[in-house]
Design a protein around this ligand. Structure first.
Ligand SMILES: CC(C)(COP(=O)(O)OP(=O)(O)OC[C@H]1O[C@@H](n2cnc3c(N)ncnc32)[C@H](O)[C@@H]1OP(=O)(O)O)[C@@H](O)C(=O)NCCC(=O)NCCS
Length: 171
């Protein structure tokens, strides 16, 4: 018997277990597009599955927050020493994220967010990243707020998605 790592990267000839997070676009991305995104170096998708379904997935992309992206620059840059102040800071965007519909509301989304924070914010992550970013669906804003994310700008208050960020210095 092989020891399958818990969280794997979706690529090449891997065929993941069925997945339904209740959002057709996210399901379609995971089941049909994620491997192509990987091969084109557009995002890397991580997932975990059990014997009969995919439990969760998330996709990561390099990102950058600049003064033009936010109405809260002073807050974002508040704790940066003067000599290290820049007009932009490196970030990692959670391009897409979903938890199996059958398993939502049990804290798995929060565990997954902790995994992402620790992966990017601590230890051996190979590039610098000061923030996590997300374009949050309206229905999931509470989830991101509960996990320490804040709005990046007031300019998208009426949009379908809202730009949010998590300051990895908070870890
Ligand atoms: C949003 C999502 C990732 C949350 O995952 P989850 O496993 O259900 O989250 P948790 O159980 O860890 O919940 C954490 C907190 O967020 C809140 N929350 C989660 N989903 C919520 C929702 N849709 N609306 C309001 N609050 C929500 C919960 O109330 C919970 O707070 P509590 O513990 O005080 O009750 C999951 O519901 C999902 O995959 N949804 C469909 C896809 C999606 O919207 N992805 C995000 C795209 S930006």
């Amino acid at each position: 018997m092989t020891n399958k790592p818990l969280i794997r990267i979706l690529k090449d000839d891997i065929i993941p277990m069925p997945f339904d997070c209740g959002d057709e676009d996210l399901n379609d991305f995971f089941l049909n597009d994620a491997k192509l995104y990987h091969s084109q170096r557009l995002s890397v998708t991580y997932f975990e599955e059990n014997e009969d379904q995919t439990i969760f997935f998330f996709s990561l992309i390099n990102d950058r927050i600049t003064t033009a992206d936010t109405t809260k620059w002073n807050k974002l840059a508040r704790n940066v020493p003067n000599s290290k102040r820049r007009k932009g800071y490196p970030a990692v965007k959670i391009g897409r994220l979903g938890i199996s519909k059958k398993l939502q509301g049990q804290g798995i989304g929060t565990e997954v967010m902790d995994i992402i924070k620790n992966f990017i914010g601590f230890g051996n992550y190979p590039t610098g990243a000061k923030f996590l970013t997300i374009d949050a669906y309206r229905d999931s804003i509470k989830y991101y707020e509960k996990n320490g994310f804040d709005f990046l700008t007031d300019n998208d208050e009426h949009d379908e998605t809202r730009a949010m960020y998590f300051d990895l210095m908070k870890l």
